[in-house]
Design a protein around this ligand. Structure first.
Ligand code: A2P
Length: 280
């Protein structure tokens, strides 16, 4: 099964005498500008950005390809790039028998994808009440919305301290996030704002690394707080965003609520928000 060649369905080719028949228009096509593979399970890619697309850092859109049946095959993807970026970036898992990602993993610069320009989501600053410290808890590709929020000036304007935790199976799976976090202090746009506010807490569960274990376990036994020199999580000062597997989300909700934080939404901001990472 290859990618259905999308270009043949667009009107992007010049209409000449040799091509008088109107071909169907592929709506919402964007062009891939870069692709990077991190492991056999993870890759990132960048695309052109529709001129009219405005989004809040942390939101997701539906993207995909034309399926074998000629119909759009779309999935929710968090936008990993910040809202000020000219292009869009996405961070994706590769599932070998996944309907979309089995194909999407083969995209190359110049290919087209479908992108519905209707951003939505709860991992946005608007869904949280003001606070002093924000926690971003990610597992796997759940890092994507935080890749956007970590590059958003608002994150550093609104909080004195920003903590990003990322739990993956092995060290190679941390690479996308690690590189992004390490680039931030030198970023010409937000480096100065980031200053020393940002703390990065990567952990692995299936390969030896400086910090082993699920973030949930490390929160429950107090290791995280000890490592970061923090008293604990307090609803008066701490805010949290969670993005990972269903299991992570459920377990972290319980932990955050045990600290007295309440789940917020766009229409009803509170102390934490959760969203499921795209998986498949
Ligand atoms: P584990 O290796 O113990 O399953 P995946 O690659 O399957 O999406 O998982 C990403 C990371 O999330 C893995 O390190 C995995 O740990 C961890 N993880 C999975 N479920 C949970 C959970 N319920 N709470 C905390 N971490 C979890």
């Amino acid at each position: 099964m290859g990618i259905t060649p999308i270009l043949t369905m667009t009107e992007l080719k010049p209409v000449t005498d040799a091509t008088p028949i109107k071909t169907p228009m592929l709506p919402d096509a964007q062009t891939v500008t870069a692709v990077e593979h991190f492991t056999d399970r993870l890759f990132s890619f960048r695309t052109t950005r529709p001129q009219s697309l405005r989004f809040r850092s942390g939101e997701f859109v539906m993207i995909g390809l034309v399926g074998d049946n000629g119909k759009p095959l779309l999935r929710a993807y968090s936008i990993a790039s910040p809202s000020w970026d000219d292009e869009l970036e996405f961070y994706s898992i590769k599932v070998q028998d996944g309907p979309l990602t089995s194909k999407l993993q083969h995209i190359q610069p110049g290919d087209q994808i479908i992108l519905r320009p209707k951003p939505v989501g709860t991992l946005v600053h608007d869904a949280l009440l003001p606070g002093k410290r924000i926690w971003f808890f990610a597992t796997g590709t759940g890092f994507a919305p935080f890749a956007s929020l970590l590059r958003d000036p608002e994150t550093y304007e609104q909080y004195d301290e920003v903590i990003i935790t990322h739990t993956c199976r092995d060290v190679a799976e941390l690479e996308y996030g690690r590189r992004l976090v390490e680039s931030l202090p030198d970023d010409p746009l937000i480096g100065e704002l980031v200053g020393d506010k940002l703390k990065y807490y990567p952990t692995t569960t299936r390969e030896q690394s400086p910090k082993m274990g699920r973030i949930t376990t490390l929160l429950k036994d107090g290791t995280v707080f000890k490592d970061l020199g923090i008293d604990g999580i307090n609803p008066d000062t701490d805010r949290a965003m969670v993005c990972g597997s269903m299991g992570l989300n459920t377990d972290l909700k319980e932990i955050l609520e045990s600290f007295g934080l309440r789940e917020g939404a766009n229409s009803d901001p509170a102390e934490y928000v959760v969203e499921k990472a795209f998986v498949g």
